[in-house]
Design a protein around this ligand. Structure first.
Ligand code: DHE
Length: 501
């Protein structure tokens, strides 16, 4: 039925949209639906998203449920300014901070008997919990409640003791893995994208869609250090797509959604090396190509909006998907110059890219969100080495330096219960597994040795499945509530080449 007036549209919004986008349109599992957040979407495109859903997100299609008039009224409604302008300023951030256990007051040894560098955190989005697994025995050490709708990978301190979680509604939680307790929390924004932790574990940066800010914290107790309004030189503000830590540069790198700029924000250089980064040829002191003072913004103009990012292992280049998802480009982060275009139609999911050595050259592989393919790119001359046809568009890729295989899921379409195993030497799919017919199988993470791996059955009554990484045999299933990402302490803190950072 078409709604008759504003009250009907409001009721329609509450019935159909509020559970994901928030009762006051401030965002939840879905993004905020406010004029300031929709600047890159035309009202016609908004109607199409409501009718047809959005690829690569959890936005369903309402075309079967709502008629054209109802869809048009909702699309018009979300561009109306809210009755009260949403704000989340310094005072709000400061007032939100909770420090139940100022760190230093808890014991410095783990309360359990397991290798602290081979632990896994599994995020369970079904009932908003996380599980801590022993990476040798796969026993569940602990299961605890998290904030609502975590998104993005949790980030560890370099010693692996603390982990930081970010939720879509802006909460950052610092959790002590040794003592199994929350030690600090703060709300950085209303609609947050993700967080990054500096390589020395001393600073946390949050990236927000709402308000248009980056927010810097001292990692110790999540004390607020600085709020960066994200504003271009002509005064126009921008959402932040994501924030990344670039250890070899000693800086945070921010991807902006509505400005043709990348921002680099250096953290203070360590006097001694503080992180060993596995395969990465990381200089002891990070390399600085600029003289931007610590915590100041270095603006890097780019030729297009970059929506999704990948970095080469030494963080010299950023590889970005360009607007509309019909290609990619490579930008030199020192000079700011574009050095290559990449032939990547069909929404390349660069954020899930991984790299390995192939015949003496480093290659990167990535799935596509709107194409049943994995692209493999030579990172020396940026040429396309190979396109592998898959059984459907994938979301996540994973490998490990010690494994001969790379794994990619089939996240969308009728074959979403399959995962492909790619031989890193021949660049061929050598196995396709269907762990449970009809149930989504997605997102792999290896243990620290690359000998075992975990795969999610991404369902409310799901599980993580333990596989032998060599024989590809299933070894055990651990019941979980819609397990999404899994994060191994060693692989994350050592910037292992086969996983996301
Ligand atoms: Fe994610 C990571 C952006 C939808 C699950 N996702 C990330 C990161 C970004 C991103 C920028 C890297 C942050 C980090 O790890 O610090 N994600 C986006 C989107 O723009 C997109 C397409 C739309 C949106 O709703 O924001 C999107 N993402 C999803 C989902 O629908 C997924 C499948 C389910 C969910 O929980 O929301 C999802 N995203 C994830 C996961 C990671 C992630 C599990 C962690 C990366 C990893 O490799 O483990």
């Amino acid at each position: 039925m078409a709604p008759a007036g504003a009250d009907d549209t409001r009721a329609l919004y509450q019935a159909q949209c509020a559970s994901c986008h928030g009762e006051t349109r401030l965002g939840g599992i879905g993004p905020a639906l406010l004029p300031g957040n929709l600047s890159r979407l035309t009202p016609e495109a908004a109607e199409a998203v409501i009718r047809d859903g959005r690829a690569a997100s959890q936005m369903p299609a309402f075309g079967e449920v709502l008629d054209d008039a109802a869809i048009a009224s909702l699309a018009e409604w979300i561009y109306r300014p809210p009755a009260v302008e949403p704000r989340w300023d310094k005072a709000d951030i400061l007032a939100s901070q909770v420090v139940p256990h100022p760190d230093g007051s808890l014991p410095d040894a783990p309360r359990f008997d397991a290798d602290p560098l081979n632990l896994f955190i599994v995020v369970e989005t079904g009932d908003h919990h996380a599980s801590l697994l022993d990476g040798d025995t796969f026993e569940r050490i602990h299961r605890f409640e998290t904030r609502f709708a975590l998104h993005g990978g949790p980030k560890y301190t370099p010693d692996g003791r603390y982990v930081f979680f970010g939720s879509r509604d802006g909460w950052i939680t610092k959790y002590d893995l040794y003592n199994l307790e929350v030690v600090a929390e703060v709300r950085a924004g209303i609609n947050m994208r993700n967080i990054a932790v500096s390589a020395d574990g001393r600073y946390v940066m949050a990236a927000n869609y709402l308000p248009h800010t980056l927010v810097l914290f001292d990692a110790h107790n999540l004390d607020l250090m600085k709020v960066y309004p994200v504003v271009g030189e002509a005064g126009e503000s921008s959402r932040v797509s994501a924030i990344y830590a670039a250890p070899p540069r000693g800086s945070f790198i921010a991807a902006l959604k509505d400005l043709e700029e990348v921002w680099e924000i250096p953290w203070p250089l360590p006097t001694e090396p503080v992180v060993s980064t596995g395969h990465m040829a990381t200089p002891l002191a990070p390399r600085r190509s600029h003289d931007t003072p610590s915590f100041q913004v270095r603006r890097i103009p780019v030729p297009d909006y970059l929506d999704d990012f990948f970095f080469d292992p030494d963080y010299r280049h950023v590889i970005g998907a360009s607007r509309g998802g019909q290609g990619g480009m490579v930008i030199d982060l020192d000079s700011g110059e574009k050095v290559a275009d990449l032939p990547l139609e069909g929404m390349p999911h660069l954020g899930s890219g991984i790299t390995w050595e192939h015949e003496g050259r480093r290659v990167m592989a990535l799935p596509h969100l709107a194409r049943a393919a994995v692209s493999i790119i030579d990172m020396q001359d940026w040429s396309l080495v190979k396109t592998l046809e898959t059984d459907g568009p994938g979301f996540f890729m994973r490998s490990h330096a010690n494994s001969p295989y790379a794994w990619v899921d089939v996240f969308f379409g009728p074959h979403r219960d399959r995962v492909h195993v790619i031989d890193k030497a021949t660049l061929e799919i050598v196995e396709t597994l269907t762990p449970e017919p009809g149930k989504t199988a997605a997102h792999v993470e290896f243990d620290r040795y690359g000998e075992k791996l975990l795969l999610s059955l991404w369902e409310e009554d799901g599980a993580v499945i333990v596989y032998d990484a060599e024989t590809l045999e299933e070894e055990q299933r651990i019941p979980m509530s819609k397990p999404s990402g899994k994060y191994n302490v060693w692989n994350k803190t050592r910037y292992e080449e086969g996983t996301s950072h």
